[in-house]
Design a protein around this ligand. Structure first.
Ligand SMILES: C[S@@+](CC[C@H](N)C(=O)[O-])C[C@H]1O[C@@H](n2cnc3c(N)ncnc32)[C@H](O)[C@@H]1O
Length: 296
């Protein structure tokens, strides 16, 4: 037990729970749960978001790495971009990597995958021009170690984008989601004799010996982590307030082909509002996601 009376888990126990959870539960449903899409259209959307987060073009990339690539939302889609030479993905779950390979095959993406822990990656120093890391730090017992690895693996002048759900923004989004589209979805599942996915997931996680999610970060904590690493540039900004709610409200229908363009337009307009006017009045912790942009 720690001083706060909470049970303490070893780093190995947390990592083991992550492997079991992602291999045996999450890999199968992950893309459905988060509405992940693969193809050139999705790649263009990701590149446009990255341009926004970096305040400029991605440029030509000889070697790209996605740490904790999961089913491949970033690495598979970005492998379709001409400007990228080699696209590498690493993850600790074989189940997630298998889905990633399947997704890459479905769109003709050329990727190299490695089974490895984000805290100790098997690549040489100064290897990559560009690194991404989406929603990994909260699963990892020593999150700073992952950022140290990002620094070690970037070539001098190389850039990285690291994404994390924020402490209050995430909570708010999921609460709103469950009381909006979650209600018809729950009724539908109930009529089929099933439980909603978040209940099934919570029950599954409770059968594990240690937690899968370790920390949810305040943007200030992320700023503290990167301040201790000698990046030549490091910023932490939050994104996705109203635009984010729309994404999640319309979660189950926004990717239906004939109406997708309507949601894409609405989300684009709300993103402008989020990044322009609302940023001045809404606390950063209520935005859904923190984005760390670093340069070596
Ligand atoms: C929320 S998913 C994110 C997947 C992907 N980056 C995305 O945004 O869709 C978290 C991923 O982190 C991986 N993971 C958890 N602990 C890890 C660790 N110690 N090292 C590498 N990957 C890890 C899981 O296997 C899972 O694929």
């Amino acid at each position: 037990m720690g001083q706060d009376g909470q049970k303490k888990y070893t780093d190995n126990e947390i990592t083991e729970s992550n492997i079991v959870f992602h291999d045996e539960f999450d890999a199968e449903i992950y893309d459905w749960k988060w509405g992940k899409m693969y193809g050139v259209g999705e790649m263009e959307k990701i590149v446009s978001d990255y341009r926004n987060y970096m305040g400029g073009e991605l440029g030509k990339i000889e070697k790209y790495l996605d740490i904790g690539c999961g089913t491949g939302a970033a690495v598979v889609n970005l492998s379709l971009l001409d400007k990228i030479g080699e696209a590498h993905g690493s993850d600790i779950s074989m189940g997630m990597l298998n889905m990633c390979r399947k997704n890459a095959n479905s769109v003709g993406g050329k990727i190299t995958l490695t089974l490895s822990d984000a805290q100790k990656l098997p690549y040489k120093d100064n290897t990559f021009d560009f690194i991404t890391c989406h929603a990994i730090l909260h699963h990892v017992p020593q999150p700073k170690t992952v950022m140290d690895e990002v620094y070690r693996l970037l070539k001098p002048g190389g850039k990285a984008l690291v994404f994390e759900p924020t402490i209050y923004g995430t909570e708010l989004t999921f609460k709103i989601m469950r009381y909006t589209w979650g209600i018809p979805y729950t009724i539908r599942e109930w009529l089929k004799g099933k439980k909603p996915i978040w209940v099934v997931e919570e029950q599954y996680v409770n059968t594990l010996d240690s937690p899968v999610d370790v920390t949810t970060f305040h943007p200030k904590e992320l700023r503290k982590i990167v301040a201790d690493i000698p990046f030549s540039k490091a910023t932490v900004t939050t994104y996705g307030f109203l635009s984010n709610f729309t994404k999640f409200f319309a979660h189950s229908i926004r990717n239906i082909k004939p109406i997708k363009f309507i949601f894409d337009k609405i989300i684009a307009i709300l993103t402008c509002l989020d990044d322009g006017i609302l940023k001045k009045v809404v606390p950063e912790t209520l935005y859904f996601q923190a984005v760390i942009y670093v340069k070596k």
